[in-house]
Write a protein that binds this ligand. Structure first.
Ligand SMILES: [Zn+2]
Length: 275
């Protein structure tokens, strides 16, 4: 599933192709993804001029005309391409927008956990999927004092707490594993015990892993396609994620990267370095 850095990379790629353009054609090839498309969606899209693209957590928000906002989430398997018509149609291209310069924006989602919604601009922040979301980890409001407060008294493992979008927005399994490794914190540690210098270390680690991934152009999963229409790329290397049994970078432990399952999801970590 794309996490904050991948969504941010897609947002940037889409903004280059979409901002200032007019949607001349909007095709919805099914009535729903994870949930039904909102009423009149194709009519609202057709003829709309595209304004700024922003991101909140793992959601992309696209301004349409003066008052509308299109809300997108890529779900588990969703990907977006924005390219000329020379890129052939693909199975599972469920939403296809044609822009006034011929660019085709295609939302492809084989597993259909993605989401497309339309909201009035004024109401976007209050949208049920966005309203309760925690701070953006790369913005100033996300700091050690905030994290102390958010985690106080929590008896869940820190791994699970960081996946909770109400505590911090945009993190998923990959970057939580990477940040905990970098911070030297065990994924099994009780969230409420991450205070003081540990909270400060974790905030810094989260920011650093996200910054580096965004800089690398967003690390990618196997079926992720870059916004400009080219196939995904794998230039970013994770320290622990997906590396069970391999040596941990910068660590002398004999065991290497371990994998455990927490709340049904794999956690990768070093039992020596992370306490
Ligand atoms: Zn190690």
């Amino acid at each position: 599933m794309p996490e904050l850095p991948e969504v941010e990379t897609i947002r940037r790629g889409l903004a280059l192709r979409m901002t200032g353009r007019v949607i001349v054609r909007a095709e919805l090839r099914r009535p729903d993804l994870r949930r039904p498309f909102p009423p009149m969606l194709a009519d609202r899209l057709r003829g709309a001029r595209i304004g700024a693209l922003t991101r909140r957590g793992k959601y992309i928000l696209i301004e349409l005309d003066e008052t509308g906002t299109l809300l997108l989430h890529l779900g588990m398997s969703g990907r977006i391409t924005a390219a000329g018509p020379e890129i052939p149609e693909a199975l599972h291209d469920h939403v296809v927008l044609t822009l006034d310069d011929g660019t085709m924006v295609r939302f492809n989602d084989p597993r259909r956990f993605g989401l497309v919604d339309y909201v009035e601009r004024d109401a976007a922040a209050a949208h049920p999927l966005l309203a309760g979301m925690g701070p953006e980890p790369l913005e100033p409001g996300f700091n050690a004092a905030y994290l102390n407060r958010a985690l106080a008294g929590k008896l869940t493992p820190i791994k699970s707490a960081l996946l909770d979008q109400r505590i911090v927005a945009g993190l998923g399994n990959i970057y939580v594993c990477e940040a905990l490794y970098r911070a030297g914190l065990s994924p099994r540690r009780l969230a409420g015990s991450v205070v003081g210098v540990r909270a400060a270390r974790l905030v810094r680690a989260i920011r650093d892993v996200l910054d580096e991934a965004i800089t690398a152009g967003g690390s990618s999963l196997r079926d992720y396609v870059q916004a400009n229409g080219e196939l995904g790329y794998f230039q970013h290397r994770w320290a622990v994620y997906g590396r069970e049994g391999e040596p941990c970078p910068g660590c002398t432990c004999a065991e290497g990267v371990r994998r455990i399952v927490q709340a049904g999801r794999s956690t990768f970590f070093c039992a020596k370095r992370q306490r």
